[in-house]
Design a protein around this ligand. Structure first.
Ligand code: NOJ
Length: 776
């Protein structure tokens, strides 16, 4: 175990004695020789890293140690830069967040490596959530690709761009399960499902980090927010969570475990707590589960201000107690405490008072130093601005963004095969909606270093694709309303663009007239980027402002209507039925190009919903993986006023082709506990176009130590097939997929039981088989 528990207080000297100094000198020389290889080419051995970190540790004062454990916000404004620079110079900061320009980063780094006593470089962190300059579709859209290789590639692009400017660490991926779309941060995760979420979590960690921590062009991944943050009551951001152990172990913790297994170098602790114990002071969570049980070897950072918050929660007595509790729980670094109120700044005094031990403090500092050593920061502390400019401009990155946007779109309705457009019939388009030409919204929330000028809006993409033969008219149709409470991202860092000044009363009739005079109306509706994300929860799933009125008025023209939804929530369109409906999420830098390719058939939609699309907000939370209870035959009638089923099921999405599934086979009728079993199914493209579908495997355990969900996803593969082509898809159900955590014994079990198995292209798949698990 990393932390050596000790009740005796060890007094630390401020400076080493002469003899110690000589010994440290020798150790440093040896450690430096052992680490002369650059970590970018050959990963350093654990022993070499440890020796170098320990040699440094031996020279550090408690104040310098506390400094290494403190991360400050550094917004690129002069007043902030000055006071942060002073903290760095004084050795009171080990890491900074929120710089993304090489010059600004190098300036701060220079202070650390030239003006501090021990010359320990700073670790620069940033919210690299779905790209830095090249913006990929938002994370939930990436999950909707059901394509982990692409997801990995997308984050590798983000990592290369980030590393080039001097960023070492992403506060991502967000792997929180979200089953309540009122919660704005649903956009940052992979949706409602533990299996899909785990696959996407691991893929993102691999993408960010590459083969090892310190790999060239890669950065540290920081899965967040550990743990359970997505279950905020009422979907209210930052609010209380009340999770059963069953939900916690079988659903919410799983993507974190997958991220740790994939080698994540960092974990961020959440704002809220479990069972009344705030996550950032939760020893059970951060030490017992994360380190002792899962073997996590990286460092834990709090969410911004969350150590200090332990007192806000009414958990710690004061700021000093908050520092003690966070460190004791297993937090290594305190993120962004309010200036001058850092909880970790009080650690030297707490050490002197015997409230924490040197071993505890050193344990935390060691994780930070080891990370800096592995990242090669002592050898290469600075960013190369020239090289960075080339990397940020790489056309291959835009290409990845375009492919990702095409593969993330989910086609939900396509009546009369309206899509793709038939160029012989469609000669004019009315492109309508407040999000049709909104570059800032097109890239979505959580981007700060993008170039809005290079973002291709849907209107721009359609215009470019339509060429000369198709007339394209445009009207925003309505204004996007302002939030009742402004977002923290609206000003400054969020770079929110001003909205056009529109009078809805005259604009709606103008848009309707355009629709009337066109062959097809394309409406781009949804939520502005600042209506989703952090601090952006919502008590409604309706289209904001007068968009619903606009939609109904356009549908009433009788013209074919395509709705492109730009959002990450299951928007409630109040029963209005456009001819075609495609969820395009926030599709990123190349969004407009991708959407145009999809509309005109140069790309075929193949994305699938990563969440259950409820009919309306009254059904929330609604997940396909629910438990059976009394009178399951009446499950559809749980409300007297509307069916309980969703509008669109989890895993659903149409194509321009069609697919069928047959020949579902479980390799053996019975397996022993601990054994794996193969399941095969034939997937056929029964349509006219080469296209993708996602073969999905679901299971249900009929009886056992706990009642289990009616269905659970346990495998998927996105496959491209030519017209008429059939492919046999093989899944392996291993003990990992068949076991679960049960409250009956408080452990993981694999029961002797019978499993139902379904395969198809959504959670409503009907092709079924069974197998038993029994001791031979
Ligand atoms: C608070 C958010 O909860 C977290 O996700 C983010 O990484 C930090 N702020 C830093 O911006």
């Amino acid at each position: 175990m990393r932390r050596v528990p000790s009740t005796s207080h060890v007094r630390t000297r401020r400076f080493p004695t002469l003899l110690q100094g000589a010994a440290i000198g020798l150790a440093l020389v040896a450690a430096t020789a052992a680490t002369a290889r650059t970590p970018e080419t050959t990963p350093l051995t654990d022993a070499a890293v440890r020796a170098r970190a320990d040699a440094l540790l031996a020279q550090m004062t408690p104040e310098e140690k506390a400094g290494q454990l403190t991360q400050y916000f550094d917004f690129p404004v002069p007043a902030e830069a000055k006071r942060v620079a002073d903290e760095v110079r004084a050795g009171r900061a080990g890491s900074l967040l929120f710089l993304s320009e090489p010059d600004q980063i190098n300036q701060m780094q220079k202070i650390a490596v030239e003006q501090t006593r021990l010359k320990i470089p700073l670790l620069f962190g940033f919210d690299v959530i779905h790209g830095l300059r090249t913006i990929m579709p938002v994370p939930i859209a990436m999950a909707a690709t059901w394509d982990p290789k692409l997801v990995e590639k997308g984050q590798a692009v983000a990592a290369a761009e980030a590393r080039s400017v001097g960023i070492h660490w992403a506060f991502a991926p967000m792997v929180d399960i979200a089953r309540d779309p009122r919660w704005g941060r649903i956009v940052e995760g992979a949706g409602e499902d533990a299996y899909l979420g785990s696959v996407m979590a691991a893929a993102q960690v691999r993408g960010f980090q590459g083969p090892n921590i310190g790999a060239a062009n890669h950065i540290i991944a920081g899965p967040k927010h550990f743990a359970g943050y997505g279950a905020a009551l009422g979907g209210r951001d930052y609010d209380e969570v009340d999770l059963s152990d069953n939900q916690l172990w079988n659903t919410y913790l799983k993507p974190f475990k997958a991220a740790v297994d994939a080698g994540a170098g960092n974990i961020m602790s959440a704002y809220m707590g479990l069972n009344g114990v705030p996550a950032s002071g939760n020893h059970w969570l951060l030490t017992k589960v994360l380190r002792d049980t899962w073997g996590f070897k990286g460092f834990v950072v709090t969410d911004a201000g969350a150590a200090h918050d332990l007192a806000t929660h009414g958990y710690a007595r004061d700021n000093a107690d908050a520092g003690v509790r966070a460190l004791t729980a297993g937090v290594d670094m305190e993120m962004a405490p309010p200036f001058g109120e850092s909880a970790y700044r009080t650690l030297p005094a707490s050490l002197a008072a015997g409230k924490v031990t040197t071993a505890q403090l050193d344990g935390a500092v060691r994780t930070i130093l080891e990370t800096k050593i592995r990242m090669g920061l002592f050898e290469h502390p600075y960013a190369d601005a020239g090289k960075s400019a080339r990397i940020l401009a790489d056309p291959a990155h835009r290409e990845t963004a375009r492919i990702a946007a095409e593969r993330s779109a989910v086609l939900l309705i396509n009546d009369d095969k309206l899509l793709p457009f038939d160029r012989t019939r469609v000669k004019s388009l009315a492109v309508i909606g407040p999000l049709a030409d909104a570059a800032r919204d097109t890239v979505g929330p959580w981007v700060f270093a993008q170039d809005d000028k290079e973002t291709v809006t849907v209107l721009a993409g359609i215009k470019a694709k339509a060429g000369r033969d198709i007339r394209v008219d445009y009207a925003p149709g309505v204004t996007m309303p302002a939030r009742l409470f402004p977002s923290i991202f609206d000003a400054g860092v969020g770079k929110a663009a001003p909205r056009p000044d529109i009078d809805d009363a005259t604009e709606i009739p103008r848009a309707v007239a355009l629709a009337r005079s066109a062959d097809v109306a394309v409406l781009v509706l949804g939520e502005a980027q600042n209506m989703i994300g952090e601090f952006a929860s919502r008590s409604s799933l309706d289209l904001p402002g007068r968009q619903q009125e606009l939609l109904d008025a356009v549908i009433a023209t009788g013209k074919p209507v395509v709705v492109l939804l730009m959002s990450a929530r299951p928007i409630d369109m109040k029963g209005s039925k456009p001819t075609a409906l495609m969820n395009i999420w926030y599709p990123g830098t190349q969004g407009g190009t991708a959407v145009a390719n999809l509309l005109f058939g140069d790309a075929v939609p193949g994305g699938k919903l990563p969440f259950t699309w409820a009919r309306d907000i009254g059904q929330i939370p609604l997940t396909y993986a629910h438990l059976t209870s009394h009178q399951p035959a009446n499950a559809e009638k749980r409300y007297w006023n509307e069916p309980n089923s969703p509008l669109f099921p989890f895993g659903y999405g149409l194509s321009y082709s069609s697919f069928s599934f047959s020949n579902l086979k479980v390799a053996r009728p019975s397996i022993a506990p601990g054994e794996s079993v193969d399941v095969t199914v034939d997937m056929t493209n029964t349509g006219q176009r080469t296209a993708d579908d996602v073969a999905q495997l679901y299971i249900h355990q009929r009886f056992g130590s706990s009642a289990r969900p009616v269905r659970e996803l346990k495998g998927f593969q996105r496959v491209t097939l030519k017209p008429g082509e059939t492919r046999s898809i093989r899944f392996t159900l291993s003990p990992e997929e068949l076991r679960y955590w049960t409250a009956s014994s408080g452990t993981w079990v694999q029961d002797e039981t019978t499993f139902d198995v379904w395969a198809g292209d959504s959670s409503a798949a009907t092709l079924a088989a069974t197998f038993d698990v029994k001791k031979p």
